[in-house]
Design a protein around this ligand. Structure first.
Ligand SMILES: Nc1ncnc2c1ncn2[C@@H]1O[C@H](COP(=O)(O)OP(=O)(O)OP(=O)(O)O)[C@@H](O)[C@H]1O
Ligand SMILES: O=P(O)(O)O[C@H]1[C@H](OP(=O)(O)O)[C@@H](OP(=O)(O)O)[C@@H](O)[C@@H](O)[C@@H]1OP(=O)(O)O
Ligand SMILES: [Mg+2]
Ligand SMILES: [Mg+2]
Length: 320
């Protein structure tokens, strides 16, 4: 006797257009196995060949810059395969490649919960090298200098902590015409909260951050100090000679506030895959500040990132 036919669960073909380093980090065997079991085939997209020659996809995820898109010829592909979901549109991702436009949506969003508010630190962009010193005076020291453009290079993560006028002068002299954002440094207890968003899925983790600089300490600090990728380790990896056990004690922001921030930014930016760096003002515990937003961050650093990503992808393709 023949068996009744089982309804077939649909399979989805999702292409990933990523650079080799990102593939190595993200597309781990554990993710490939998990997605496969849940009906998703993750397919590598060759960045050197037009997309149209690489078959059709239900969805494409990507972390690229404009020069890569030129080779892929997205418009030509979309003219033929209109139903492919491009997660997210490259034009919208652009807003996260600039440290002014990335925080712009936060200035319109009214995110609050009880007495808690979420804002941004005071910042300004220096257009003209000579204006750096002058402009720095409208901010309080210490100041953080950040490259305006975030282009995926290590240099776009080379930041600088400036303690006084002399520091601004040095930065001015060393800078060869790259555009810089000056942002007020806010004491925040040495912990940064990283809010990872994948569509409606939102998760918050703690990471190490720069330690507070007291008024007294600031008087003894001179000039500037360069740093980069300070938050690229978990709180447990904090170096032993640091006396403050700050991170374990730090409370993550209330879940409702985290969800509201993720949802609000997702809608305001029209993006689905990003993370938000949030700090808590040490002078006013009710005040959280967004200091950075990154497109398609390192999700592998989240515990159980496989279901996090897979659930998001399934939601997306099923609703398309
Ligand atoms: N305004 C600020 N006040 C206090 N600390 C700050 C501020 N801005 C940045 N920091 C510290 O510097 C770190 C790096 O800053 P930011 O996140 O803006 O740089 P980034 O290079 O974009 O980092 P990422 O690797 O997350 O992309 C933050 O994680 C935080 O520890
Ligand atoms: O290096 P990781 O994979 O962990 O991810 C980092 C990511 O690097 P990658 O996407 O090139 O790998 C960075 O992207 P670029 O700005 O340099 O493009 C930026 O988004 C960081 O914030 C991410 O760290 P996280 O915020 O998740 O700690
Ligand atoms: Mg950051
Ligand atoms: Mg960043």
């Amino acid at each position: 006797m023949s068996q009744p036919e089982q309804p077939q669960t649909p399979r989805y073909c999702i292409g990933y257009a990523l650079h080799p380093q990102k593939i190595q980090n993200l597309i781990q065997p554990s993710l490939l196995n998990y997605t496969k079991k849940h009906g998703i085939d993750l397919v590598h997209i060759d960045l050197t060949i037009p997309l149209i020659k690489q078959g059709s996809f239900h969805c494409i995820i990507h972390k690229l810059h404009s020069q890569d898109w030129n080779k892929l010829r997205l418009d030509e592909y979309l003219a033929k395969y209109q139903n492919t979901l491009i997660m997210d549109h490259p034009d919208l991702v652009e807003q996260l490649h600039n440290r002014v436009s990335m925080l712009e949506p936060m200035t319109h969003l009214q995110i609050s919960l009880g007495n808690y508010t979420v804002g941004v630190p005071k910042q300004l962009v220096v257009d003209d090298n000579n204006a750096m010193e002058e402009m720095g005076f409208s901010l309080r020291f210490p100041i953080i200098a950040k490259p305006l453009f975030v282009d995926g290079t290590a240099s776009s993560h080379e930041l600088c902590l400036i303690f006084d006028r002399e520091g601004l002068r040095t930065l001015n002299n060393q800078n060869n015409n790259s555009r810089i954002v000056l942002q007020e440094f806010v004491n925040h207890g040495g912990v940064v909260f990283k809010v990872y968003v994948a569509g409606e899925h939102v998760r918050c983790v703690k990471r190490r951050s720069l330690l507070d600089i007291s008024e007294g300490k600031l008087r003894t600090l001179k000039g500037l100090v360069k740093f980069s990728q300070i938050s690229n380790s978990t709180v447990e990896e904090r170096s032993e000679n640091m006396t403050e056990i700050v991170t374990e004690k730090a409370e993550v922001p209330p879940e409702e506030l985290v969800m509201e921030l993720g949802r609000g930014l997702r809608e305001a930016m029209g993006l689905n895959l990003f993370n938000v760096d949030v700090i808590r003002d040490a002078k006013d515990y009710n005040k959280y500040l967004v200091i950075d937003i990154n497109y398609f961050p390192g999700y592998t650093k989240l515990p159980c990132y496989e279901p996090f990503i897979t659930d998001f992808l399934l939601d997306s393709v099923r609703n398309n």
